[in-house]
Design a protein around this ligand. Sequence first.
Ligand code: VGL
Ligand code: ZN
Length: 197
Amino acid sequence: MSALIVIDVQNDFCPGGALAVAEGDQIIEGINALMDDSEAVIFTQDWHPADHGSFASQHDGKSPYETVEMPYGTQVLWPDHCVIGSCGSAFQPDLNLNRAEMVIRKGFRREIDSYSAFFENDHTTPTGLDGYLRTRGITSLTLAGLATDFCVAYSAIDAAKLGFEVTVRLDLCRAIDLDGSLAAAKDQMTAAGVTLL
Ligand code: VGL
Ligand code: ZN
């Protein structure tokens, strides 16, 4: 059985949002259409407390897109985004939510960020999605959403490492692309055995 995983198609990642991804809204029609061909549909939602450690605002003297060392490694600092319950954290209103069988929220612990739908950024703390998919007999995944080079890539690589057959629909993703991060993410996904379409 296969599933479509729609990654973080939220207001803050779309034009006008706090961490807007260029053309982030232009993938939504295609994602809605792809749901019609999908056996199961799962959404992820970036979901941060207002004092989340990935926010530059929580680090004196730091600006967005600088980095800090966290106990789990280097962390990019972001503008405040996807604050729990805010309008920015809501799904972009054009996204069809009717097919959502599961919404997995991530990044809700103040002290750790979570790009991947499977593990937080320590690569150890599970979100529970692996168990959910296995329990449902889902072995093949198609990923689409935002952002290609962060949450989509981290999710795709973790999924491939966990043994899922993974395809990323690059035409239905858009990237942040900090310092060549899109090219690096594509190389890492390919190396992990992810099919890029
Ligand atoms: C994301 C940066 C911070 C993403 C989430 O969805 O790719 N990027 N939080
Ligand atoms: Zn985030």
